[in-house]
Write a protein that binds this ligand. Structure first.
Ligand code: G3I
Length: 407
């Protein structure tokens, strides 16, 4: 037993030494990928193109690996007039994303908002509206083809009380517009494209969350393909759900066999001008809770922040007085929330590496379960199991302290 303790101690120390020697060559995306996720990304738009500082950060492969066009793929911008498709701006975002080697999440096809007048004010019959939706989705998905990793096929179809939102689509077709949108998307999109339902407040409004779960089930029951649910995660400092609650929410969807992602994460101060030190710390905790929940849920594929700098955040324009919601300030300083997320991911990756080191040979395996910050609990089996021991290993932060409890 002593030799086992010594071996684990040495391995943990080796891992600690390696972590400490690592040059500061990591960022949000590189660390997130190291936890097993696909991307850490951001909303972008063509109005950011001439901003050299913005582009320097966006193009840093350590920080970002994914983009979502914030506006340019929305109906009002992409088909402002009947049959008049204008792909110019959205093509620019797609090209930029490709040139940076980023995953492109595409946003969005059927949404009640940002509709052109010809859609919102025509007196549609069910047949003419079906045709309109079909043409729009077919044209837009075909245009981008395999450039899009995922499409937000239907956006924000639900009210907070779980009922369907009134819109030109719902008022004429009822729920059918949702299944129609997914059916058309699944016929046109390359098979590898992920088809998402995307909404806000799924994390905080229980009736809305349940309605979204039911929506996924009802599409699946009818054989309509849906691959993922995007939870927008527009949070407010201090009102962000706990990490446990966020994990439970994500798992309600992944239990249905679909992927999940935080698709528009930001955490706003209620009163940004008077945000206290405490509020700044709380914002950091809230960001970490969201990122950690995704890390802990297997089918959570990635996190997209809805702009990474306050300079371009949508929040103050929509909610005067609110803001400061992003990871970088308006003048591109990294905020405490940035450092907290990065620190959390560094700790997670270091512990994962230590776990993998412990796995070693002879069929030894370690099972990692959720623990407190800096804690890792493993069950070591294989040759060591012969000793009939169940071992709890706790590595504090970067593995300085190793405690073994023999049971
Ligand atoms: O481009 C025009 C410009 O020509 C004009 O001078 C100016 C005057 O107000 O408006 C500009 O358009 C604005 C557009 O953003 C581009 O900046 C619109 O007014 C403004 O309403 C629009 O806001 C966008 C909002 O969606 C619209 O609903 C935000 O940028 C965008 O961040 C926000 O994103 C949504 C997601 O798509 C869905 N989930 C919620 C999220 C936040 O609302």
């Amino acid at each position: 037993m002593r030799s086992l303790l010594l071996a684990i101690t040495l391995l943990a120390r080796t891992s600690t030494a390696q972590s400490n020697r690592e040059p500061p060559s990591t960022g949000l995306h590189s660390l997130f990928v190291s936890t097993g996720k696909l991307y850490f990304g951001t909303a972008t738009e063509t109005n950011n193109f001439d901003d050299a500082t913005y582009q320097n950060i966006l193009s840093n492969p350590l920080e970002f690996g994914q983009q979502t066009p914030e506006n340019s793929q929305k109906w009002g911008l992409i088909q402002p007039n009947p049959g008049g498709f204008t792909f110019n701006a959205s093509d620019q975002v797609a090209s930029l994303s490709e040139s940076y080697g980023h995953v492109l999440r595409c946003h969005t096809l059927t949404w009640h908002s940002q509709l052109p007048p010809f859609v919102s004010s025509t007196a549609w019959t069910p047949d003419t509206l079906r045709q309109l939706i079909t043409t729009h989705i077919t044209s837009v998905i075909s245009h981008f083809s395999s450039s899009c990793y995922a499409w937000d096929v239907v956006n924000e179809a639900l009210n907070e009380n779980g009922t369907f939102r009134n819109s030109v689509f719902f008022d004429v077709l009822g729920e059918e517009y949702i299944s129609l949108s997914f059916k058309v998307a699944s016929e046109v999109a390359p098979p590898e494209t992920k088809l998402y339902y995307n909404d806000f407040n799924l994390e905080t409004a229980p009736a809305k969350q349940t309605a979204a779960v039911d929506l996924v089930k009802s599409l699946q029951a009818r054989g309509v393909r849906i691959d993922g649910v995007g939870l927008q995660a527009h949070f407010t400092v201090g009102q962000t759900p706990s990490v446990e609650s966020l994990i439970t929410t994500l798992r309600r969807f992944t239990d249905l066999g679909v992927d999940v992602a935080w698709t528009e994460l930001d955490v706003s101060h209620e009163d940004v001008e008077n945000a206290s030190e405490l509020a700044v710390e709380q914002q950091a905790k809230d960001y970490v809770a969201a990122v950690r929940a995704c890390v802990e849920v297997d089918r959570c594929v990635g996190v997209t922040v809805w702009q990474f700098t306050d300079k371009y955040s949508w929040v103050p324009g929509t909610f005067p007085g609110k803001g400061g919601a992003c990871l970088w300030t308006e003048d591109y300083q990294r905020k405490p929330a940035y450092w907290a997320v990065k620190g959390f991911l560094e700790g997670w990756v270091a512990r994962k590496n230590a776990t993998e080191t412990l796995v070693g040979g002879n069929g030894t395996t370690v099972r990692t379960v959720a623990g407190g910050r800096g804690a890792l609990t493993g069950v070591i089996s294989g040759s060591e199991r012969l000793m009939g021991s169940l071992i709890n290993v706790q590595l504090v932060s970067f593995g300085v302290l190793l405690v073994l409890n023999m049971m």
